[in-house]
Write a protein that binds this ligand. Structure first.
Ligand SMILES: NC(=O)c1ccc[n+]([C@@H]2O[C@H](COP(=O)([O-])OP(=O)(O)OC[C@H]3O[C@@H](n4cnc5c(N)ncnc54)[C@H](O)[C@@H]3O)[C@@H](O)[C@H]2O)c1
Length: 144
């Protein structure tokens, strides 16, 4: 499924599919900019969504579950992905200024953190979704 969402739009009124009622999805980095939109999009389409992040999401919906945790904590990641059907990862250092001034942290978090999540998903035989968010003048295109 594809749909558009204006990157500047403040409301989170995503088109609803609702055909994934028994599926569970976890969004690492789900308190951040991209992850919170993906989490809302998954909820709107019937997934039972868990957000895993260092900080509590200011956008969390009543039906979403929150885990406060660190993607560098292998045990916490493995526990979090248990019983999930789908895993998304948007946790990391995204700001280029931060990445320039904190290169070691950036490599550790963006590479090792991602590997922790991939290993956990592989261990639990869970679908790890990777997609490119296509930013166009009229908005985002997100494949679900
Ligand atoms: N923002 C964009 O336009 C854009 C475009 C393309 C790709 N991306 C990529 O998408 C990803 C997310 O970008 P964003 O703009 O949403 O960034 P963001 O900073 O808004 O979100 C990142 C989230 O990761 C969380 N996080 C950081 N360290 C963590 C840790 N150790 N454990 C758990 N959570 C942790 C932060 O708390 C934050 O909520 C990045 O990899 C970025 O490069 C972003």
């Amino acid at each position: 499924m594809f749909f558009y969402k204006s990157a500047l739009q403040k409301d989170r009124d995503y088109p609803r599919g609702g055909k994934n009622l028994n599926k569970k999805a976890i969004v690492f980095g789900g308190s951040g900019f991209v992850g919170s939109h993906v989490a809302d999009c998954l909820t709107a389409n019937g997934y039972q969504v868990t957000i895993f992040d260092l900080i509590k999401s200011q956008y969390i919906l009543p039906e979403q579950r929150m885990i406060i945790g660190d993607i560098l904590d292998q045990k916490a990641v493995l526990k979090a992905v248990s019983h999930q059907n789908v895993v998304y990862n948007f946790a990391g250092i995204a700001d280029l200024d931060d990445a320039t001034t904190r290169p070691v942290d950036t490599v550790q978090l963006n590479i090792m953190g991602n590997i922790n999540i991939m290993e956990a998903a592989k261990d639990r035989k869970i679908c790890l979704r990777k997609f490119n968010i296509c930013v166009q003048p009229e908005g985002w295109v997100l494949p679900l």
